[in-house]
Design a protein around this ligand. Structure first.
Ligand SMILES: [Zn+2]
Length: 278
């Protein structure tokens, strides 16, 4: 799933390419795509796209009076739509501008979960933005210490909890824990002050690195292309210490870690242990 750096760079690209254009029409192609009924998307017709911003993993397409909040979920993409075919593959919704160009929201796979919310007024007080934690790129050591102290959960889970910290997903949770030399299974509330400081530095480092990579591209990367040391690299060599990258599989995600760097050499990936970890 695209995370903060991928969404941020994509928002910047969309602003450069489509900013200033006026909306001619918005059409949901799949009936599940539009998650709201008021205000109607037509409220944006005739209005200019002032910018595409980001909050957490959401894109915010601002049309002066209303904002289209877009979540790409796992396989969603929001891209220029040159063909504008009647039934685009995986098509969920289309924005057509008055110069004839268009943006198309698509989602790969059968599980259609990407969506569009039309909102006016304070986004922070309305779904789906309401309740999100602070953006990961704004969290300093002191804020992170407060967040960790109030969450007696595994660190990997806390990092992915959008209500605690917004913008981090499975990949960045793995990479951040590795960079901070912290166990993904550590209880977040029990982290020491210096560990939280390392975590804050690791979050920043991973975000900066990923954002720089993403900004160097003409379009959003695939998950395989994104920089990293451990995510989806089980069996490969840890570039920091030379140990083998391990994994623990859960139903919806995989935790990758290096035992030497992160768990004091303790291996948690064998079948017996991983069952306990669920
Ligand atoms: Zn290592």
């Amino acid at each position: 799933m695209p995370e903060l750096p991928e969404i941020q760079a994509h928002a910047e690209r969309l602003t450069v390419e489509f900013g200033g254009r006026s909306l001619a029409s918005f059409r949901p192609i799949a009936f599940t795509a539009l998650k709201t009924f008021a205000p109607p998307p037509e409220a944006a017709v005739g209005r200019a796209l002032t910018s595409v911003g980001r909050r957490g993993k959401y894109l915010l397409a601002d049309f002066e009076v209303v904002t289209f909040v877009v979540h790409l979920m796992q396989g969603g993409r929001l891209k220029p739509d040159e063909k504008q075919s009647a039934k685009p593959r995986g098509g969920l919704a289309r924005w057509v501008f008055d110069d004839g160009t268009a943006l198309l929201l698509t989602e790969a796979g059968t599980e259609k979960r990407a969506g569009v919310w039309v909102r006016e007024g304070d986004l922070e007080a309305q779904e789906p933005i309401e309740g999100l934690g602070p953006d990961a790129d704004t969290v300093d050591g002191a804020t992170l210490a407060t967040i960790c102290a109030s969450h007696s959960t595994r660190l990997h889970g806390l990092l992915r909890d959008q209500r605690a910290i917004a913008g981090i997903g499975r990949r960045l949770a793995n990479e951040t824990c590795h960079r901070a030399r912290l166990s993904p299974f550590a209880n977040a509330s029990k982290l020491k002050r210096d560990e939280v400081e390392r975590l804050a530095e690791a979050i920043e480092g991973c975000l900066v690195e990923s954002l720089a990579y993403e900004r160097s591209r003409p379009d959003m990367s695939s998950s395989k292309e994104r920089p990293g040391h451990v995510h989806h690299r089980a069996g490969e060599i840890c570039p920091v210490c030379g140990d083998v990258v391990r994994e623990v599989e859960y139903t919806r995600y995989t935790v990758n870690y290096c035992a030497t760097c992160q768990t004091g050499g303790r291996v948690l990936a064998d079948n017996t242990t991983s069952k306990f970890l669920k």
